[in-house]
Design a protein around this ligand. Sequence first.
Ligand code: SAH
Length: 198
Amino acid sequence: MTRLLAEIIFLIGVFGWGAIRIPHEVKNKRKNRVQVSAVDSRERRLLLISLTGLGIVPIAYCLLAGFGLLRFADYGFSTLQAYAGALAFAASLALFLATHRQLGRNWSQTLELREGHTLVTHGVYRLVRHPMYTAFFLWALAQLLLLQNWIVGPAGFIGFGLLYAFRVGREEAMMHEAFGAEYAAYVARTKQIIPYVY
Ligand code: SAH
């Protein structure tokens, strides 16, 4: 394993994520209308911050290696660390695939409820309430381990961590309002992102 290979693996992971997400997005836009939307400028800013940390910064770092972008912050390359990162990305993509399948037409990139929205509590949603966010944290972990740079590595955790911290409460409030006691019971028996822990 080399630094270059680790960066290629990261880019393949991002590409794989797009291959899961984009067809889903296209299908969803065509089919079902949004009924409730809690999207505002704060939510849009958070999405942009997350996109920057998990996407723009690491992709630019990998693709613009020839220009030496942020290379001053590289640290000594560890092969073992990079393998662990590849594993984390594989786990992230598997979880992404499961959450997209199981949320089905209830999926939305942001805080929205669709016409005929149902509460999903099966599959990976039986283990935690926000498995898709778990998958994003696994991506952030993969980035930290694969891109061995003091700035680019942690950028995903910072970007997605902010989105998560400021969004999850509002998302749960929206779900409470829509599903009432059914959601309260679901909250009582599940954790947010790590089964049995948190
Ligand atoms: N937080 C979830 C979903 C992220 S997508 C996860 O991490 O897996 C965001 C949208 O999913 C929200 O706008 C909400 O409408 C919808 N959503 C979240 N949890 C849901 C659930 N258990 N069942 C159905 N829809 C859900």
